[in-house]
Ligand binder design. Structure first.
Ligand code: FAD
Length: 457
């Protein structure tokens, strides 16, 4: 059997694994990354990037449809049509460009890439099934970055017309009727896009409301928009199965049949911990996830875990930050994982951004907010729904959290995170000159309002 040795061996080249590999390479560590599928992992291949490409195409299509009908802008156009297979080919081109870029960055950092399925033998060695036969790799440090995969339901196993997000992001045609089981961010992002592309969409959610991880104030504008788009929402409802072209759903009023051509199941993602010998290490687990400390160390010496395999929140930028951190820790630097200023974005319509503490997490804190209806830029974009909310210490004005719901607010996530990272106070934000007219002015206005100095309210 062929044999190799290295200092750092990373299993999985998703956002966690590839960032860890690049940083380890930059720090001069002899690094190998093993990937069974394509570089970039879930995020680049079947997650963040494909979904945002689909959302963009759907928004363009909907805007063209809007402008083809009566509108206030004085624009007259022809009704658009869509060939989804071409949209998907365009999306695939973006994915290929990005995954090729990631492979290039790893090469530049002198990281060795091995294509194949890895199987752990012990905490220091792994066997990889490559196209050239098995390869044995011996390492000083092992980093598990195997990510997650879509979770199905026993009553709705994936296959045929029952889709995971992966298949939904590669459909060749827009389904006429799409039922979505699970009203979290992945289901709503894809569902909203499909509704804009002309599908008849029904969302089934077991919790009493959509996006149950967010507070009701933040989700209300999203629910209102879904209604405008004609998306039917059934909350407090549980899917029972798919038969004779209909999704069967149990509700408080009894069973209902929802006719559907395709059913998308987005009820969560399972950590990829099985099938590659991980159990041999007998690591401490936190439920279905690998337990890690604030340096992403597992219970075994010199074995780290990062990204989705370590649990919620399953987000690409969290995986990347942990990947970077682990490379630094292995190189002997003093780095710790702190998620206090980590943003989360939901690319629904309107978008939701949350950073730091929510009003419910900090009942002793004060909250100030400003609506997009009072923002000039929002009006010129024909989108005055939503608001920005700043949670802050009552006595000092220290910003503890910022949230927003509104069109395009994802681009404010960095500004919100920076405010927390720099320990900004309301006075800092209020004194920062914000460009006019921009959506970010709402944050300044919210801060001014919190100081009792509101100018535009
Ligand atoms: P992954 O990206 O899952 O990568 C793990 C890699 O390990 C995979 O490539 C896999 O092939 C490989 N692997 C597994 N086992 C082995 C083995 N035994 N041997 C070799 N290789 C192996 N996050 C955001 O932050 N923003 C978003 O907008 C966003 N949108 C999303 C939309 C969708 C539809 C989905 C599904 C997810 C989205 N996410 C988003 C989540 C994001 O994709 C994940 O949090 C992120 O990819 C996790 O990175 P990771 O490195 O932990 O794992």
């Amino acid at each position: 059997m062929r044999r190799e040795t290295c200092q750092v061996l990373i299993l999985g080249a998703g956002p966690g694994g590839y960032v860890c590999a690049i940083r380890a390479g930059q720090l001069g560590l002899d690094t190998v990354v093993v990937e069974a599928a394509a570089p970039g992992g879930t995020c680049l291949n079947v997650g963040c990037i494909p979904s945002k490409a689909l959302i963009h195409a759907a928004n363009e299509f909907q805007a063209a449809r809007h402008l083809a009908g009566p509108n206030a802008l004085g624009i007259t156009g022809a009704a658009p049509t869509i060939e989804l297979s071409r949209t998907m080919a365009w999306k695939d081109g973006i994915v290929a460009r990005l995954t090729g870029g990631v492979a290039g960055l790893m090469r530049k950092a002198k990281v060795r890439m091995v294509a194949g399925q890895a199987r752990i033998l012990d905490g220091k060695s792994v066997e990889v099934a490559t196209s050239d036969g098995p390869l044995h790799i011996q390492t000083e440090h092992l980093v598990i970055a195997t990510g997650s995969r879509p979770q199905d339901l026993p009553v709705l196993p994936f296959g045929g017309d029952i889709l995971s997000s992966t298949e939904a992001l590669s459909l060749a045609a827009v389904p006429r009727r799409l039922a979505i089981v699970g009203g979290g961010y992945i289901g709503l992002e894809i569902g909203t896009a499909m509704a804009k592309l002309g599908a008849e969409v029904t969302v089934v959610e077991a919790a009493p409301r959509l996006l149950p991880q967010y507070d009701a104030e933040l989700t209300r504008p999203v629910a209102a928009r879904l209604k405008t788009l004609g998306v039917a929402v059934l909350t407090g409802a549980r899917a029972q199965g798919f038969a004779d072209g209909a999704l069967v759903v149990a509700t408080a009023e009894g069973d209902r049949r929802i006719p559907a051509d395709k059913v998308l199941v987005t009820v969560g993602r399972a950590a990829a911990t099985g099938g590659f010998g991980l159990e041999l290490l007998q690591l401490d687990m936190a439920g279905p996830f690998i337990a890690v400390d604030d340096r992403c160390r597992t219970s075994m010496h010199r074995v780290h875990a990062i990204g989705d395999v370590t649990g919620d929140p399953m987000l690409a930028h969290r995986a990347m930050a942990q990947g970077n951190l682990v490379a630094e820790v292995i190189a002997g630097r003093n780095a710790v994982w702190d998620k206090r200023a980590m943003p989360a974005v939901c690319f629904t319509d309107p978008e939701i951004v949350t950073v730091g503490r929510l009003p419910g997490d900090a009942p002793e804190a004060a909250v100030t907010s400003f609506p997009f209806a009072g923002n000039g830029r929002a009006l010129t974009l024909e989108r005055d729904d939503g608001f920005v909310r700043v949670v802050h210490d009552r006595a000092t004005g220290l910003v503890l959290g910022i949230q927003a719901v509104g069109a395009g607010v994802s681009e404010l996530a960095g500004q919100f995170a920076l405010a927390l990272e720099m320990a900004a106070t309301l006075t800092d934000i209020a004194a920062t000159i914000h460009a006019h007219p921009t959506l970010g002015e709402t944050v300044q206005e919210a801060a001014l309002k919190g100081l009792g100095q509101a100018l535009h309210m």
